[in-house]
Design a protein around this ligand. Structure first.
Ligand SMILES: *Cc1c(COP(=O)(O)O)cnc(C)c1O
Length: 343
């Protein structure tokens, strides 16, 4: 199967499996797992924050971050297609007791000029704003990257208003690879950042939440409350360390494959893609001109050994990663060409 549904499907490399087998471990709830401790320290250094916390999922990392930055009854400002809003089972409401103030955007990228208009103080009628959340790269907008000056402007506006900023950086290493900048430059001004080890970086499990030592110490307690206090989790961290150290340099290949895939898909009858929007490893394409439904295309592709899902009734999303090389991308294009010409 050529699996382009997501970069979460990457399997651990042989080196990761060997590192897992040989990992030194201890009880992480006692703070005694040396491999977890090393991963948390390396992650903090890499993103330029005081401390970092290993969490089982990105969803848990975002959930803890929002809890750290808000009180019950506040609003969290994010864009209207944020992962936090659409794909995390309303954890902002469930765990933090907040509502989301969503701002529609073309490209997933918020600007301070838009945020400023919805920031509110506590009043007799309105809930006050608790924090700002930005997603980099933006998943549902097709892997779009936040320009550094936009992040800086949001952070300085938010901080002047007394508001913290959390970055959902599930794929911030993809942003860094595409920009040719270290992740620490991208996240320098945000208060907390979550990133996934388990997507294109290839670890089987895990994400990191980074911020000040004080926030991360408190975050550790929320992790325990959420059931994320793991024990000999060093076996996971061993793969995570390799993901952190070795995988980022591979991401530009995924990006080149995504651009190639997009340019080939664009040649197919009825497929529409904005090539200029392909900045990282996500290709969103519109199939409404093909005369077929998203579900039919998905099913026909599956029967030809290619997995690509729809994200709504017009668009499908293909995500490149190290388990899908250029030849596999070519096979996926050929399969779609066949599906479209057979109907
Ligand atoms: C994948 C993802 C997450 C977290 O996902 P988990 O499946 O919980 O690890 C968060 N934000 C974005 C933008 C994502 O793509």
């Amino acid at each position: 199967m050529i699996d382009l549904r997501s970069d979460t499907v990457t399997k651990p490399t042989a080196a990761m499996r060997a590192a897992m087998a040989n990992a030194e471990v201890g009880d992480d709830v006692y703070g005694e797992d040396p491999t977890i401790n090393r991963l948390e320290q390396r992650a903090a250094e890499t993103v330029g924050k005081e401390a970092a916390l290993f969490v089982p999922t990105g969803t848990m990392g975002n959930t803890i971050a929002i809890k750290l930055h808000t009180e019950h009854g506040q609003e969290v400002v994010c864009d209207s297609r944020a992962h936090l809003l659409d794909w995390e089972l309303s954890m902002v409401a469930w765990f933090s007791g907040c509502v989301i103030r969503a701002i529609p955007t073309e490209d997933g990228i918020l600007r301070w000029s838009q945020i400023r208009k919805v920031v509110r103080p506590l009043g007799p009628h309105s809930a006050p704003t608790g924090c700002i959340e930005i997603e980099n790269t933006h998943n549902m907008a097709g892997g779009r990257i936040y320009p550094l000056e936009v992040i800086e402007e949001i952070c300085s506006g938010a901080h002047d208003a007394g508001l913290p900023v959390h970055m959902d950086g599930a794929r911030v290493f993809n942003a860094a690879a595409a920009m040719g900048r270290p992740v620490r430059d991208i996240v320098a001004h945000v208060d907390t950042v979550m990133f996934c080890l388990s997507k294109a970086l290839g670890a089987p499990v895990g994400s990191m939440l980074a911020g000040t030592a004080e926030k991360i110490a408190k975050g550790r307690l929320y992790r325990k409350r959420l059931g994320g206090g793991m024990r000999q989790a060093g076996v996971l961290a061993a793969a995570g360390l390799l993901a952190l150290e070795e995988s980022p340099k591979l991401l530009t290949q995924d990006h080149a494959n995504a651009r190639w895939l997009a340019s080939e898909l664009q040649k197919l009858r009825g497929i529409q893609i904005h090539l200029s929007a392909i900045e990282t490893n996500i290709v969103i394409f519109d199939i409404s001109g093909t005369g077929m439904s998203v579900a039919d295309i998905s099913r026909e592709l599956r029967s030809r050994g290619v997995l690509i899902n729809g994200i709504n009734d017009r668009q499908m999303r293909a995500v490149t990663h190290y388990d899908v090389d250029r030849d596999a991308c070519a096979s996926a294009v050929a399969a779609l060409r066949e599906v479209l010409s057979s109907q």
